[in-house]
Design a protein around this ligand. Structure first.
Ligand SMILES: NC(=O)c1ccc[n+]([C@@H]2O[C@H](COP(=O)([O-])OP(=O)(O)OC[C@H]3O[C@@H](n4cnc5c(N)ncnc54)[C@H](OP(=O)(O)O)[C@@H]3O)[C@@H](O)[C@H]2O)c1
Length: 164
């Protein structure tokens, strides 16, 4: 099973504030959708509530410590205290995407094989940040730069890293 992180950060690694994203970038939403489509997506309870709905075409798995948390909308709710134990539930899948937020990224960064990172060309204060990627551990294998346009108000770069 390939375990992947997918994340969008500012230049200073901010990813969210007040349980919301920091920008509206349709091109990145489209990239997220096409990259994750058909694969299970694993997220923290706060990210699930921030999205406010399940992502269609993907098994939505929510991780929480609240044994009373309930939603008939999600495929599975995992209450494992350790993320690596939670991930073992998904061993039979071809690729699983960790889609945030900050707490879940931090706990999974050492576990993943692949990181899809969109860098949004802005410096902005958030209340949740993505850790710096250690390039001794992860190699940048693909990068695609895009300029702002009518729909996407900021320049952005798609990157893919794999574990060395
Ligand atoms: N830019 C991006 O790509 C991106 C992507 C996703 C999210 N975000 C942003 O990130 C922010 C949310 O991130 P966050 O760090 O505040 O929250 P989060 O990581 O989405 O969720 C945290 C919650 O996950 C549960 N949890 C964490 N570790 C656990 C473990 N080991 N076992 C069981 N449950 C565990 C806990 O839920 P309980 O409290 O229920 O126990 C915890 O409160 C929002 O602003 C969102 O918009 C950004």
């Amino acid at each position: 099973m390939t375990l992947s992180i997918i994340v969008a950060t500012s230049l200073n690694n901010a990813i969210g504030k007040d349980n919301q994203l920091l920008w509206h970038l349709p091109a990145d939403l489209k990239f997220f959708k096409t990259t994750t489509m058909g694969c299970p997506v694993l997220m923290g309870r706060k990210t699930f509530q921030s999205i406010g709905r399940t992502l269609p075409g993907r098994k939505n798995i929510v991780i929480t410590r609240d044994s009373n948390f309930n939603s008939d909308k999600v495929f599975d709710i995992i209450t494992e205290p350790n993320l690596d134990v939670a991930i073992q539930h998904l061993q039979n899948e071809q690729e699983v995407f960790i889609i945030g937020g900050g707490e879940i990224y931090k706990q999974s960064l050492y576990l993943v094989n692949t990181i899809y990172k969109t860098i949004v060309n802005t410096t902005i204060q958030g209340d949740v940040y993505f850790p710096e990627i250690d390039t001794n551990q992860y190699e940048l294998i693909w990068e695609e730069k895009h300029l702002a346009d009518e729909k996407n108000k900021m320049d952005y770069t798609f990157q893919k890293y794999i574990k060395r």
